[in-house]
Design a protein around this ligand. Structure first.
Ligand code: HEM
Length: 433
């Protein structure tokens, strides 16, 4: 057996402090707005990408182990990214130790933290409800109607203040999410998503925070009630109606859908910023607003927002057996880390790295392409991607159909290089008719 692919202690320390610590500090499961503001000021994401480039120059294709005790290795090679993502759940299991510690706070039986055996039925269940193969979900028409109503309500508020802020956007977004996932009856049930937020804050600390079992029980009971209610047109209805075998735990799949929808809010709000600071982009987006539910350019705009600022910057896998690499062997039980911004923003391989380039997404991407993986890839790729892209693109379409927006303050500038970090919480728009 060859040696395990370790790096010098000083390089390991630099990678930990420059790449992994800032991502964890920003809040892996529930973002910490203040830390994200600081990351934006210090441009920590650009620095992390530079650190990864330095490791790649020094150690070649890698991977490199930066936390030998845990067996944590960073991938440095594009081919290895495809290999790992396609090799889920064996030999690369998505249910990493860190994820189980974190997500166990609110979805201990969710597919993402399931064993390979449980995954064989939980993953197909998720796919039946979320329909990842279809750009427009069976419930697409109702989803669009919900978005239209809530954007109208949001614009009513915006007209009063003349400004679109994160706070008002997030209120509207969560109403949309609750109605689409749980049903219209959940529109104003902030308790269910507040409970989830509290549990997500605990989840940021993974195993270091004791489980609040009473709150977890209350949250999951509430979700179960919505599934039992099965309001027509909601994902809860499909959850109730889709056949499940014992052990699938249908209602425990729902928390991931609610939690992950937060990334849809960040990415669509940032996408609005990108569109409004790219000459010609708003006009191009408006051209496709002809009543069709599928909005390819706006979807590509959201995907660009996710490429430039991935909302899952660390994609984690645990190895289920010993695996061989260019620089040695990783023992079974090691952690493999894909740091998405390194691949998305490496100007040496992606000429569009630091500009808004929706054309990257207007054709199908395959494993022959450079890995752009905002939704991960392979058998564990996000099954909710088309639902969230539909929601986000429809929100943007409704906003742009009605008003003009200008970004106020912050690092996003018309015609400039797209900044390495952009906190959605500090983004603001001046709005005019
Ligand atoms: C912009 C929003 C979203 C982004 C960027 C995103 C991204 C991701 C990523 C990167 C993963 C894989 C994580 C990993 O490999 O460890 C994932 C998994 C998953 N996502 Fe999403 N997601 C989003 C929204 C959603 C929504 C709205 C839903 C449901 C309606 C959803 C459902 C899921 C599920 C069920 C999994 C687990 C899949 C599995 O383990 O097989 N996601 N998502």
């Amino acid at each position: 057996m060859t040696e395990s692919p370790t790096v010098s202690p000083s390089d390991a320390a630099r990678a930990l402090l420059g790449v992994l610590v800032p991502m964890v500090a920003g809040g892996a499961i529930a973002r910490r707005p203040r830390v994200m503001g600081l990351a934006q000021r210090l441009d920590l994401d650009s620095r992390a990408v530079k650190e990864m480039q330095r490791l790649r120059d020094r150690y070649g294709p890698g991977p490199v182990q930066v936390l030998p005790g845990r067996g944590m290795a960073l991938l440095l090679d594009a081919g290895d990214v495809h290999r790992v993502l396609n090799g889920s759940p064996r030999p690369f299991s998505p249910a990493s130790r860190e994820k189980r510690g974190a997500l166990g706070h609110f979805q201990p039986e969710g597919v993402l933290v399931s064993s390979p055996e449980e995954r064989t039925h939980r993953r197909p269940f998720n796919e039946q409800v979320l329909q990842p193969g279809r750009p427009v979900h069976d419930h697409g028409e109702r989803m669009a109607a919900v978005v239209t109503e809530e954007v109208e309500a949001l614009l009513g508020h915006v007209d009063f203040t003349g400004e679109l802020t994160w706070d008002s956007y997030a209120v509207a977004w969560w109403r949309i999410v609750r109605r689409i996932v749980l049903g219209d009856g959940a529109r104003d049930d902030e308790q269910v998503t507040d409970d989830l937020l509290r549990l997500r804050k605990d989840a940021n600390w993974a195993y270091f925070k004791p489980r609040r079992t009473a709150r977890t029980r209350r949250f999951l009971r509430r979700v179960q009630e919505y599934v039992d209610r099965a309001e027509p047109g909601s994902l809860a209805e499909l959850t109730a109606r889709t056949p499940a075998r014992p052990g699938t735990e249908p209602h425990q799949q729902v928390p991931q859908w609610l939690f992950a929808a937060d990334a849809g809010a960040w990415s669509s709000f940032r996408a609005l910023g990108l569109l409004c600071t790219t000459p010609g982009a708003v006009a191009r987006a408006r051209e496709e607003l002809d009543g069709s539910p599928d909005l390819p350019y706006l979807r590509a705009g959201v995907l660009e927002s996710l490429r430039l600022w991935p909302t899952t910057p660390l994609i984690l896998r645990d190895t289920t057996e010993d695996t061989e690499w260019a620089r040695g062997t990783l023992a079974a039980g090691s952690s493999v880390v894909i740091f998405a911004p390194f691949f998305h923003r490496d100007e040496r391989h992606v000429p569009e790295a630091h500009r808004f380039a929706p054309e990257l997404w207007l054709r199908e991407r395959t494993d022959a392409d450079w890995p752009l993986v905002p939704f991960s890839g392979g058998p564990a790729m996000c099954p909710g991607r088309n639902v969230v892209l539909l929601m986000a693109s429809t929100v943007l379409g409704r906003l742009l159909a009605e008003r003009d927006y200008a970004v106020e303050g912050g690092p996003l500038k018309t015609g400039g290089r797209v900044p390495g970090s952009l906190s959605p919480f500090a983004l603001r728009f001046r709005v005019s008719r």
